[in-house]
Design a protein around this ligand. Sequence first.
Ligand code: MIG
Length: 659
Amino acid sequence: MIRKFRIGNPIETDSVVKDIEITNGEIPYFKEDAGTKSLFIELDQEDKVFGLGETIRGMNKRGWIYTSNNADDPNHTEDKRSLYASQNFFVITSKSRTFGVYIDTPGTVTFDIGYSKFNELTISFEDYDFDIYIIEGPFEGEEKEVKGVVKEFRSIIGRSYIPPRWAFGYGQSRWSYFTAAEVREVADKYDEAGIPLDMIYLDIDYMERYKDFTVDDKAFPDFKEFVSEMKNRGIHLVPIIDAGVKIEDGYDVYEEGVEKDYFVKKEDGERLVAAVWPGRVHFPDFLNDEARAWFGNKYKVLLDQGIDGFWNDMNEPAIFYTEDHLKEVFDKIEEYKDKNLDINSFFAFKDLVGSIDNNDSDYKRFYHEYKGQKIRHDKVHNLFGYNMTRAAGEAFERLSPDERILMFSRSSYIGMHRYGGIWCGDNKSWWSHLLLNIQQMPALSMCGFLYSGADVGGFGADTTEDLLLRWIAFGIFTPLFRNHSAMGTRKQELYRFESVDKFKKLVELRYALLPYLYSEFMKAALRDEMLFAPLSFEYDDERSGEVEDQLLLGESIMLAPVYKQNETGRYVYLPEDMKMIRFRAYDDYDEEVLSAGDHYVKADLGEVLVFVRKGHVLPLAKPENRTDKVSADSLKYICYEADSDNYELYTDDGISRIK
Ligand code: MIG
């Protein structure tokens, strides 16, 4: 059962696609306090709270405070409240009650989940205008209420984005590969090492001075030819697109945007001048239908050159500075000049300069034409990245009506999950961020962002070989499986390391798992189900509710990754008897049935633990160096008290759009 309540006059987000009548009367479970613009609920000692999509901290969100306010923040530390996403769906669940809550409003929302008081959950709003959906059972044919809640929620927000099957391959990325020769070298090195690869990503430096939809033709002469050369060897090039459009005379995207009046403007009607990579830019008004269609059509420039996948970046939007704010800062600096800066003025001065980028005041300087109204950006801030990706997704339906296009975004809001996946932004090469990646996946599944993953190996900071081995050993299970790293950090292409053979076997295992991963992904997308789930979504015992470093993937398996340095094994909790597979390679593994309870299990670097659930089956294919060669014809099945026809394999051509 879903009930929808409306408070005030919320701005429509298009996240819910199903018509649901508004229920009048009191919101169940919550107490309202219009004075403090908040909703409040008392939590029972046993209540657990799952959800909120891409955030920091654990699977159970209890004990921290989270703010939906999409932020370009590359430091995903425990003290943060916001990352790049606003995915305001969560469930409260215990033995005695289970219900889901979706807060639909594009502005800033704060979820204090037992932070101020352990037994209280408070949702507070900057603007007291929102729709709230309360979802609860009983659900027919669903024995687990919590799964029923998620499924019901997913059924109202529309089907999750489905990428082409090749996007389940392994991708190598770097900020940046600067030339065609460098890209070719990456492909060659992978092929020489025999490590499977399907994608190489192009970061901002492929463009001509960071102008969207251009290609630097000195670095990439005859780009179209190069794209097809790579495609002929089975490798897809996936370029980045940034939100800001460079201000430059003669640049068609800029000139058309000005002429058609598609860029965001300030109160006085002047176009906002902000700065990002290219220096000064204008932001397209992705919230305006016409501007969105126009920007979306620009992807054609690259589609026409054979490109079939993209990643959308900087779409919170990230702002280095706006011209107006910069001027204010310089004026202020003028005041400080020649002064004796004391403790107060010195820190004020330092703050002033240190807070130029992504400054809150800048998000109040410009407006959107959204659904026939002029709306100040901060009121709809969390919809910006969503609508950039929607621009692309809607355009792909027109420009590539038959074939799926790969698309994922950095910033997001629920609703965007219909047009693309996400990557989890600028994480670091830290062990704690491998754990964070593990913990983020179930929450992303809940919110419909199935085609997702983090930068494997870590984006910022220098990786280490053992971290990369462990991270790859987890990444082989995430739909988006991309090794990406930042400029200035240690290079982390797999062929650079001593353990190249271990890396090869791990990535091969991914390709062997492809029929399973693709089947589970497709079933989750088509049936509004979870791909990754916390243990307690399947098992009722108390311990399962507290496991934060194991997770279920699809119907058959549980994962228990090793995520600590210098450990060659770990404790694993089994809610029921399971068959443990310790893979050294797709064709080299041992099997052991372990009984329910706690076990210490060994898993050396390069080894992967997979636990097959009772009554379930894990199909394995013979790996190949490209996804399109992996066939479901000669599958091998690992079964635990089941036989191979208990497994429902999903196959299709991997590219046609699914109606
Ligand atoms: O401010 O394009 O998250 O993946 O490599 C950095 C350069 C801008 C941020 C993205 C990252 C990408 C980087 N971008």
